[in-house]
Design a protein around this ligand. Structure first.
Ligand SMILES: *Cc1c(COP(=O)(O)O)cnc(C)c1O
Length: 421
């Protein structure tokens, strides 16, 4: 436990240099890490012709990061009007956009059709809704929910029966028939059955379920399936003792299922898609924050200048985020602190009873794995403003990729009042 630290992609010298231009709190991202990870994913699935990752925009909706991923052939997975607008503004069109929404508004379908995005229908009633409000495309995807429980061990347990998403097995058959009669020529299937899975078995198990269902649907209805979208859900090791997913092993086990279920039945042209968010970005972002207060009451509190408005996961899920005190990587962790932010909410704790080296005023803490569902989940409670985002390149140079919010941003929606104009 003592020296069981996680590697940081930034050291104290670089952190101080960046903070000189862009003060803490601040999200930093590792461009090289993002690119190499995306390359590995593509390489692992290279056996599948047409494999494509559609990055889940909601995880990290930053244009510069999206461009890095696009340079590695990634498309975008959007789920709202604004996310479609991000895709549109960055020049994504057609098959490079997956629209995986739920409880979709009419204007969102209209926009998705305008961009000719691949629409992933979350419910059978949306066939009629899409037809009435926009139009039925020639290619469409259906989100499947097999019900029951999914997984083999604690690492990948999801409970699809309690999830609001997707069509039941019998609705899948019915939906395919309806859509075929409305002119759909090409089908895809999507399913997202467990989140933040660790271990290497989630995708292979998911693939087995999805591939067999696709095969059944082809036999039942005679339609053409051109892709299977394995969606997101691959996790990352937030805790230092956890193992990173072996993406090559995952991809080769998915291939085994592909060969056994598709190829053995004469099908070898079904493309595989993924919609990973966390796996693509989480480890390649960190939240830099400065220690500004100590408080000795019933516990030892270390107060920092970031708060849950910058990173909500600990507050809302009790999620673990590892913390490294920059410059003290080698010191013994012989102190115990609650690392806390300034919200008037007791859940605003980045760490509870965490063993850390002795802290001092001005220490810079690196909160790990905030690259996905980090900045993007931020909010403005207590009038807190969201931080800037900075992208760090391999050669040590860095670039501001989102400025910090100002009071004017916070008051922008109050410009109906003279005092706030
Ligand atoms: C959130 C989401 C993803 C990405 O999930 P991760 O856990 O970040 O991999 C992919 N697809 C859909 C439809 C989602 O809602």
């Amino acid at each position: 436990m003592q020296n069981n630290d996680k590697h940081c992609f930034i050291d104290i010298t670089k952190a101080k240099e960046i903070i000189k231009s862009f003060p803490t709190p601040l999200h930093v991202y590792d461009a090289d890490g993002i690119i190499n990870n995306a390359r590995k994913l593509n390489d692992a699935f290279a056996w599948n012709k047409g494999f494509k990752e559609y990055f889940a925009v909601k995880a990290t909706p930053n244009p510069e990061i999206i461009k890095l991923l696009r340079s590695e052939n990634c498309g975008l997975d959007c789920s709202s009007y604004t996310e479609l607008s991000i895709a549109d503004r960055l020049g994504f069109k057609g098959d490079s956009i997956m629209f995986s929404s739920n409880e979709t508004a009419a204007r969102e379908y209209v926009y998705a059709r305008k961009l000719n995005a691949i629409i992933n229908l979350d419910d059978i009633t949306h066939i009629e809704f899409l037809k009435n409000n926009a139009s039925i495309p020639e290619k469409i995807c259906l989100r499947f929910n097999p019900g029951g429980e999914f997984g083999t061990d604690a690492d990948i347990m999801g409970i699809p029966a309690e999830a609001k998403y997707g069509l039941t097995r019998s609705q899948m058959t019915e939906a395919v028939k309806q859509l075929a009669s409305l002119g759909v020529k090409e089908f895809g299937m999507h399913a997202f059955l467990a989140s933040n899975t660790i271990g290497d078995t989630y995708y292979p198990l998911l693939a087995k379920t999805m591939f067999s269902t696709v095969l059944e649907l082809i036999k039942e209805t005679g339609v053409r399936f051109s892709f299977v979208n394995l969606s997101g859900g691959i996790g990352i090791p937030y805790r230092p003792e956890q193992q990173k997913v072996d993406i090559y092993k995952v991809a080769s086990q998915v291939k085994n299922e592909y060969d056994r279920i598709f190829v053995a039945n004469g099908i070898n042209d079904i493309k595989l898609f993924t919609e990973l968010g966390r796996y693509m970005l989480a480890p390649f972002g960190g939240l830099l924050t400065t220690l500004i207060h100590f408080k000795h009451t019933y516990r030892e509190y270390a107060g920092v200048d970031a708060c849950a408005a910058n990173l909500m996961r600990p507050a809302i899920y009790g999620a673990y985020h590892h913390i490294t005190v920059l410059g003290k990587e080698k010191e013994t962790k012989d102190h115990v602190y609650d690392v806390v932010g300034s919200l008037c909410e007791n859940c605003d704790k980045f760490a509870v009873n965490r063993q850390l080296p002795k802290l001092n005023y001005g220490d810079i803490l690196f909160i790990h794995d905030t690259g996905a569902h980090g900045h993007s989940m931020g909010y403005n409670y207590n009038g807190k403003l969201r931080s800037a985002e900075v992208l760090l390149y391999k050669d040590g140079s860095f670039k501001l990729i989102r400025r910090a919010e100002t009071e004017a941003d916070y008051f922008a929606t109050l410009d109906i009042f003279d005092e706030f104009r």
